[in-house]
Design a protein around this ligand. Sequence first.
Ligand code: BGC
Length: 408
Amino acid sequence: MAVPAHRPQTPDGFDWPAGFLFGASTSPHQVEGNNVSSDWWVREHSENPGPIPITEPSGDAVDHFHRWPEDMDLLRDLGFNAYRFGIEWARIEPEPGNISRAMLEHYRGMIRGAVERGLTPVVTLHHFTSPYWFDARGGWLAPDAADVFANYATVAAEILGEGVEYVATINEPNMITLVNGLMAPDGDTPDVPTMAALVPHQPSTDALIRAHKAAVKAVKAVHPHLKLGWTIANQVFQAEPGAEAEAEAYAWPRENVFLDASRDDDWVGVQSYSRTRLGKDGPIPHAEDTPRTLVGLEYYPPALGEAVRQTAAAVGPDVAILVTENGIAADDDTQRIAYTAGALEGLAAASADGIDVRAYLHWSALDNYEWGSYHFTFGLIHVDRTTFVRTPKPSAYWLGSIARELKS
Ligand code: BGC
């Protein structure tokens, strides 16, 4: 497959920092399949699934649970040196206190498998899905949720000792608090929810921060050398002139409170897709002719560089930054290449300006279950969901060739 010639324009003399991790990301529920003990699986099969539209269940997903060796082979062969994936709490602890040794060994195998292939594993402990029983007993709002999560983190720590450097506790707590705001009985729920109309749920925010800190402590107690952090959705809030104070007030409960809680961590994950322009009354709706991605976000490649700069300013110079997600839902793969080239230009410029960026992990390695539907394709690799045959897209070869330059 010929690799498209387009190269991101990087600052003169720029080189990615030594040891830079270049790879892709997935999350367990979105790729593994049959995550039957999870709250999401229950929701997907419920007659009353709640406010998030579910047009189809996750089913077999792309069977990464069994096919991870093939997927990691592909990532290695494409030229990458890192892979972010998650371990699934609902499999490891399918009933309260019932720890599955077999599942722990499964994930230990994945970690070893990544290391053997020269893919540095970046491991997420919680990526939107919880065991069904955790949800049923009140989820993050149960009084002892932090302890229960920390207990799982202690169990998970057993397999994190070999070859893992970076561990994320919770993925996008700032999205979880928005979703909880939508579901809370006392929440200020709009009839037709849009991102802009969602209101963070303060008790969930407090609980998530407690759970994060408890999990960091639990893992560090077993492996003091591991680098712990969490991953935050960065919406690149941009204030219109004159709306700076309102924008700051809007951004705090949606993003900055979580970044502030990261100031004691080793690293923080930046997850960036687009931007949100803010006026005095909140988000400014897109104009008719705004270019959009498949999921309706504004097509805006510079978001990544801006997200990294905003994050660095919020967490301070002692917290390393890993881009743990960046990508685009697109049917047209040439758009994915153009978007990613633009995003990498912004990232390289931020790095050249001295920000401690250590990783670029593209979302996503594989087309996958986009929380309710398989229609929105973020993957570098296409998967036929009947035969499970994997076919890397041109963007996979293109991005892999950029990653490979790091190694040579
Ligand atoms: C999440 C992923 C999701 C991606 C694209 C992030 O919010 O962490 O699970 O698939 O964005 O929407």
